[in-house]
Design a protein around this ligand. Structure first.
Ligand SMILES: [Zn+2]
Length: 184
């Protein structure tokens, strides 16, 4: 499957209202000759748990599960436990977010990268990123490239809170909005 075909799947997995805004963002960027490719949309809580575990020790993972329970999210802690040990390399974290802590689990975040001649421009020095960020703000989305702690240039999301845990009122509310396997 080509990158553009995959992009269609990524976009179609997003929440409908957010998808429209993302498509508008990409269209506005393209008007400034910035060609963005959407490459990551929905990530299920189980996928997020696996990514989270990959680079962490058992002690770190236990501490995270305890902290989720202490904050009133026992079901999220269960997801971290249920996916079991993961193969990976300690230290180099793929993600800072446990399941439920990333907007990707709600279909309310997407990651895009600028393309030039079909090649992805990953360097954050590229001017394309700023234009992408401006286009996102223009349609009311938040660009994580301007976050002071852990800026993430590819990431745009619907709501201002870095963590969804501070957005939903309770774990029930949060679970209701999670996207599970095969659903969008
Ligand atoms: Zn992201």
């Amino acid at each position: 499957m080509g990158a553009r075909e995959k992009e269609q799947r990524v976009l179609q997995g997003l929440r409908a209202d957010f998808q429209l805004r993302v498509e508008e963002t990409l269209r506005i960027a393209r008007q400034s000759d910035v060609d963005m490719l959407a490459y990551c949309g929905v990530r299920t809580p189980e996928e997020q748990a696996r990514l989270y575990r990959r680079s962490r020790t058992t002690a770190e993972i236990e501490a995270k599960m305890q902290s989720l329970r202490d904050r009133g999210y026992p079901r999220l802690a269960d997801i971290v436990r249920e996916v079991g040990p993961q193969y990976g390399r300690l230290g180099a974290h793929v993600t800072a977010a446990a399941p439920g802590e990333s907007w990707h689990q709600f279909g309310l975040a997407v990651d895009c990268v600028p393309l030039q001649g079909g090649k992805a421009l990953w360097s954050t020095e590229e001017p394309e990123w700023e234009i992408y960020g401006e286009a996102a703000s223009y349609v009311g989305l938040r660009w994580a490239g301007m976050w002071t702690t852990f800026p993430e240039y590819p990431h745009i999301q619907r709501y201002p809170e870095a963590s969804p845990l501070s957005h939903w009122r309770s774990e029930i509310d949060l679970l209701r909005n999670l996207i599970r396997k095969g659903q969008s």
